[in-house]
Design a protein around this ligand. Structure first.
Ligand code: MLT
Length: 397
């Protein structure tokens, strides 16, 4: 048996698994420690009533012969594709329901998308970036090419000069882990670049609901020409607390063709072999996110996370730690104090403050010396974390 070299070459542990391992070890050695997690971007829940009501109704549908659903369409039910398309269109990114493909979450499609490419192709990835994408790329035999995100470019790399071959570009905006957000001109530069190279722009919009400035694009399709070069991968995880329920979508515009081949057609063909769709109950719940009550209730949860971000940013500023993000994003990206490495600062915060964050190096080599805090916590814990932070940093003096 020949094993997958890309898989074999991955780091031994995924960053969040390593974080959990160190936290478990610390907790077992310090059973009285009151740990506060600002690590993995998991929502605190619960899912809002409009959504759970729709899911209960869908369970009742499954209990009756007349309304029972067996295998669903691989692409997703029309009711949810229509709701997603209407929401995007309302936000200035007109997309028809036929272009929407429902998934069990962004992570699944971010990995699966590399099925479209011949192995060995080059994929431009920001560094730091969402680590699952870099891993997926390597597992599928693609070649990740790093786009350094630095303080100087605001962690928003722009298209590189030169004419090296490029098959795909992955962009996440608002970005995980830095919280940086591309503006219209910057995204227009990427669209232009992808079109000129006949490369696929993979746009991850998982955190779009955190954008409050109407001038900042929430969808790549707000940018002219994007339908000819971009897919967009969206998620219900962060906007509606679906991290454990699992639902997302990918937009494959009809206009997206490579040498006369429709990528939408290829994706549909792939899905027919790979998937039997997403659970009916889950899709009913996701559709309710767009109902008037769903919108109001999810907006309330988002407001809580935004306030958490504001508090964390204020605490970091007061502690004199340079930081970025947090304004249109649930993530704050900070420079480790005293030249500590990312894992060094992780261990320090855990030991002296009982605070858990995510080491920047887990998002790529350029993340070394940086650290990510997530604002997806309950306000009382975030407030406690903000109190503990300056006292903890005293230990470094
Ligand atoms: C994160 O913490 O980066 C995210 O929660 C990971 C994810 O969405 O899979």
């Amino acid at each position: 048996m020949k094993l997958n070299n890309g898989l074999l070459a991955l780091e031994e542990d995924y960053v969040f698994s390593e974080v959990s391992r160190r936290v478990r070890r610390f907790a077992s050695q310090n059973p009285d420690a009151r740990l506060i997690s600002l690590g993995i971007g998991d929502v605190r829940g619960p899912i809002c009533p409009a959504v759970t009501r729709a899911m209960r109704q869908a369970v009742a549908d499954q209990a009756r012969q007349r309304t029972f659903h067996g295998y669903g369409p691989e692409q997703g039910y029309q009711f949810l594709r229509q709701a997603v398309a209407a929401a995007l269109t309302q936000r200035g990114a007109p997309v028809p329901p036929r272009d929407i493909f429902i998934s069990d979450g962004a992570k699944t499609d971010l990995g699966g998308i590399f099925d479209l490419f011949a192995p060995g192709g080059a994929v431009l990835l920001c560094d730091p970036t969402y680590p699952a994408v870099r891993d997926d790329c390597r597992m599928r035999g693609m070649r990740p090419v790093s786009l350094p995100g630095t303080e100087a470019n605001g962690f928003l790399p722009l298209p590189p000069a030169g004419d090296g071959e490029v098959d795909a570009v992955y962009l996440c905006s608002p970005a995980n882990p830095t919280g940086a957000v591309y503006d219209r001109d910057q995204l227009a530069a990427w669209v232009e670049y992808a079109r000129s190279r006949e490369a696929l722009l993979i746009f991850d919009s998982a955190y779009e609901s955190f954008i409050t400035d109407p001038k900042l694009p929430r969808s790549i399709y707000e940018i002219p020409g994007a339908k000819n070069c971009a897919v967009e991968i969206g998620s219900f995880s962060k906007v509606a607390g679906f991290t454990g329920t699992r639902c997302g979508y990918t937009v494959f515009p009809t206009e997206l063709q490579v040498r006369g081949v429709s990528l939408q057609g290829l994706w549909r063909r792939r899905l027919a072999s790979r998937s039997n769709g997403v659970a009916y109950v889950v899709q009913r719940g996701a559709a309710a996110v767009y109902s008037p009550a769903g919108r109001q209730q999810t907006a309330r949860a988002l407001a809580v996370y935004r306030e958490n971000s504001r508090r964390l940013a204020a605490a970091l500023t007061a502690a004199g730690l340079p930081h970025w993000g947090g304004q249109h994003s649930p993530y704050l990206w900070l420079k480790c104090p005293r030249g500590l490495s990312s894992w060094g600062f992780f261990d320090f915060l855990l030991q002296y403050g009982n605070l858990v964050g995510t080491p920047g190096i887990g998002f790529g080599p350029m993340g070394e010396g940086y650290f990510r805090l997530s604002a997806f916590g309950d306000p009382a814990s975030v407030e406690q974390a903000c109190d503990r932070l300056p006292r903890t940093l005293e230990f470094l003096r």
